[in-house]
Design a protein around this ligand. Sequence first.
Ligand SMILES: [Zn+2]
Length: 83
Amino acid sequence: MSKFDVVEASNAQKHYCNENNAPHFAPQSGRCWNCGSNIYEAKQKVMAKGTEYEREVTTGITVEEASNSLVTGCPHCNRSYCD
Ligand SMILES: [Zn+2]
Protein backbone atom coordinates (compact mmCIF):
# COMPACT_ATOMS: atom_id res chain seq x y z
CA MET A 1 0.00 0.00 0.00
CA SER A 2 1.36 3.42 -0.93
CA LYS A 3 1.85 5.83 1.88
CA PHE A 4 0.97 9.49 1.61
CA ASP A 5 2.36 11.91 4.18
CA VAL A 6 2.99 15.57 3.37
CA VAL A 7 5.66 16.21 6.01
CA GLU A 8 7.46 12.92 5.59
CA ALA A 9 7.42 13.09 1.80
CA SER A 10 8.66 16.67 1.57
CA ASN A 11 11.50 15.84 3.97
CA ALA A 12 12.28 12.73 1.93
CA GLN A 13 12.45 14.83 -1.23
CA LYS A 14 14.76 17.37 0.39
CA HIS A 15 16.98 14.51 1.52
CA TYR A 16 16.93 12.94 -1.96
CA CYS A 17 18.04 16.22 -3.55
CA ASN A 18 20.88 16.68 -1.06
CA GLU A 19 22.09 13.11 -1.52
CA ASN A 20 22.01 13.30 -5.30
CA ASN A 21 23.08 16.91 -5.74
CA ALA A 22 19.83 17.43 -7.57
CA PRO A 23 17.92 20.69 -7.79
CA HIS A 24 14.85 20.85 -5.54
CA PHE A 25 12.02 21.70 -7.93
CA ALA A 26 9.08 20.79 -5.72
CA PRO A 27 7.46 23.53 -3.65
CA GLN A 28 8.75 23.39 -0.05
CA SER A 29 5.27 23.04 1.41
CA GLY A 30 4.22 20.60 -1.27
CA ARG A 31 1.44 22.95 -2.35
CA CYS A 32 1.33 23.34 -6.10
CA TRP A 33 1.28 27.01 -7.10
CA ASN A 34 -0.55 26.10 -10.27
CA CYS A 35 -3.56 24.07 -9.09
CA GLY A 36 -3.39 24.66 -5.32
CA SER A 37 -3.35 20.96 -4.45
CA ASN A 38 -0.66 19.38 -2.35
CA ILE A 39 1.58 17.18 -4.48
CA TYR A 40 2.20 14.83 -1.53
CA GLU A 41 -1.50 14.26 -0.92
CA ALA A 42 -3.60 11.58 -2.57
CA LYS A 43 -6.35 12.83 -4.84
CA GLN A 44 -8.94 10.81 -6.69
CA LYS A 45 -9.36 11.72 -10.29
CA VAL A 46 -11.90 10.35 -12.77
CA MET A 47 -10.36 9.57 -16.12
CA ALA A 48 -12.26 9.40 -19.41
CA LYS A 49 -15.44 10.52 -17.70
CA GLY A 50 -18.68 9.51 -19.38
CA THR A 51 -17.07 6.89 -21.58
CA GLU A 52 -16.83 3.12 -21.18
CA TYR A 53 -13.20 3.65 -20.16
CA GLU A 54 -14.16 5.75 -17.17
CA ARG A 55 -12.10 4.84 -14.14
CA GLU A 56 -10.89 6.39 -10.94
CA VAL A 57 -7.18 6.86 -10.42
CA THR A 58 -5.22 8.14 -7.47
CA THR A 59 -2.65 10.85 -8.13
CA GLY A 60 -0.08 12.18 -5.70
CA ILE A 61 3.51 11.53 -4.69
CA THR A 62 4.00 8.84 -2.09
CA VAL A 63 6.70 8.87 0.59
CA GLU A 64 8.46 6.08 -1.33
CA GLU A 65 8.46 8.04 -4.57
CA ALA A 66 9.69 11.19 -2.84
CA SER A 67 12.57 9.21 -1.30
CA ASN A 68 13.62 7.56 -4.53
CA SER A 69 13.01 9.99 -7.35
CA LEU A 70 13.27 13.64 -8.21
CA VAL A 71 9.99 15.53 -8.25
CA THR A 72 9.86 17.69 -11.36
CA GLY A 73 6.18 18.45 -11.66
CA CYS A 74 2.72 18.24 -10.18
CA PRO A 75 1.08 14.80 -10.28
CA HIS A 76 -2.37 16.37 -10.15
CA CYS A 77 -2.27 19.03 -12.88
CA ASN A 78 0.95 17.87 -14.59
CA ARG A 79 2.49 21.34 -14.37
CA SER A 80 6.25 21.12 -14.71
CA TYR A 81 8.34 22.87 -12.04
CA CYS A 82 11.58 22.81 -13.94
CA ASP A 83 10.93 25.21 -16.77
ZN1 LIG B 1 -0.67 21.20 -9.67
